[in-house]
Design a protein around this ligand. Structure first.
Ligand code: COA
Length: 380
């Protein structure tokens, strides 16, 4: 008789190394995040989202002509089939944009010129196309649900500026464009986070990029992952609405054994380097827009959670107040995470397919010992 295994699989695969990758480096003890070896702080200070995409997809910074070429390709791909626009129009108006995005990305494969091709170059083309299209879908659905016209992209604008143009119907200020650009850089990749792992698992079956990205979007939506940024803003709004003391509010949540969204991380044991930038952005944009209260509330909560639980703010904590003062609706926060992370997802999918093997781990069986026997229903 074989008995249940006595080895303990690490819960949530904590500490398990599941693949090799050249895309993203994280040192959770020192709070280091780097794409292609370049520290995220340097990229946030100097780079653009487009350049970051190139770095993730091709493993190095682009030369000027290569960056220009990528800008042109992203601009050329800023078009979605009327079938997708119809899908957005037909979605019930109360559906969460993240759910619409998941379904629309899956449907994009119906209209993809490279749908039947899965070689490296076709996958790079699809990565560029999906990066342009996901931003368009998020913005277009928001306008459609508000009864507004879908806006045409402007090929002379950056990816960040185009997104804000498509969302708001007007060219953004330089401050808003740069703020979103930095946020997109910071969210672009994060090694084997849950959604990227989901994307790689799906890609490894030799399914297609659209299926892999759809898996990733489904994983990103959850409040333990990308959905946390929306949960943070709901918390801040609740505190504000009730004119509550933010510290007492979260103290009460902790007493009820509730988790505080935007804190804690599986990999970082110190400050999440992305939070360092977003904290400053939340402060500066809050002051500039005449709404410093969201930052002030956030900072009080951060100081308290750090002292009380020794938990650091993660990427989602200050992205919430940053996006809010940029005038973005709360239920677009997680879709905007996808607008950025599509670059990392596709880089990982391409890397997986370039050196593929099916991802198929084992489970530590803890059920009834083998063999048990089938019993006729009247004897159970
Ligand atoms: N608020 C309160 N307590 C938290 C917490 C939070 N945000 N994050 C972790 N903890 C506590 C847990 O309750 C647990 O305490 P216990 O050992 O007394 O039970 C301990 O810290 C370990 O947490 P755990 O959930 O097992 O860690 P993990 O590595 O599995 O989870 C996260 C990592 C990110 C899922 C987790 O920190 C979390 O749920 N954070 C809130 C959601 C969030 O912001 N997600 C976005 C991540 S970028």
């Amino acid at each position: 008789m074989s008995t249940a295994s006595t080895t303990q699989a690490p819960k949530g695969l904590e500490g398990v190394v599941a693949c090799t990758s050249k895309i993203c480096f994280i040192d959770g003890d020192r709070g280091v995040l780097a794409y292609g070896g370049i520290d995220i702080h340097e990229l946030a200070d100097n780079s653009t989202f487009e350049e970051t995409c190139y770095l993730l997809w091709f493993g190095r910074l682009p030369k000027a002509s290569e960056l220009k070429d990528l800008h042109q390709k992203l601009a050329a791909e800023r078009s979605i089939d009327p079938g997708i626009i119809n899908l957005l129009r037909n979605a019930p108006k109360n559906v969460a944009p993240m759910d619409v995005l998941r379904t629309a990305v899956s449907a994009l494969s119906f209209y993809d010129a490279d749908d039947k091709k899965d070689d490296h170059d076709a996958n790079v083309r699809k990565a560029i196309r999906l990066t342009s299209q996901i931003a368009m879908i998020v913005a277009a659905y928001d306008r459609i649900r508000k009864g507004k016209d879908v806006v045409k992209p402007d090929p002379t604008l950056s990816h960040a500026a185009n997104f804000l143009l498509l969302l708001n119907g007007e060219k953004p200020s330089q401050t808003a464009e740069r703020a979103l650009d930095i946020a997109l850089i910071l969210h672009a990749d994060h090694e084997l986070n849950a959604s990227t792992f989901a994307a790689r698992v799906t890609a490894a079956t030799l399914s297609d990029i659209h299926s892999s990205v759809t898996s990733a979007i489904g994983a990103l939506k959850g409040p333990l992952h990308g959905g946390a940024n929306e949960a943070v803003m709901h918390l801040l709004k609740e505190v504000d609405k009730n004119n509550a003391n933010p510290v007492e509010y979260v103290r009460n949540m902790l007493a009820q054994k509730k988790k505080i969204s935007g804190f804690g991380h599986r990999v970082y044991h110190t400050e999440d380097p992305r939070a360092t930038h977003l904290r400053v952005m939340s402060h500066d944009l809050g002051v500039a827009s005449g709404q410093p209260k969201w930052y002030e509330m956030s900072k009080k909560i951060e100081d308290f959670i750090k002292a009380e639980k020794k938990l650091n703010a993660n990427v989602d904590f200050y992205s919430a107040s940053t996006y809010h003062v940029l005038g973005i609706d709360i239920d677009l926060f997680t879709p905007i995470f996808a607008v950025s992370r599509i670059s990392g997802w596709t880089a990982h999918i391409i890397e997986q397919l370039d050196n593929n093997r099916l991802i198929r781990p084992r489970a530590d069986y803890l059920g009834p010992a083998y063999p048990q026997h089938w019993v006729p229903i009247e004897n159970r």
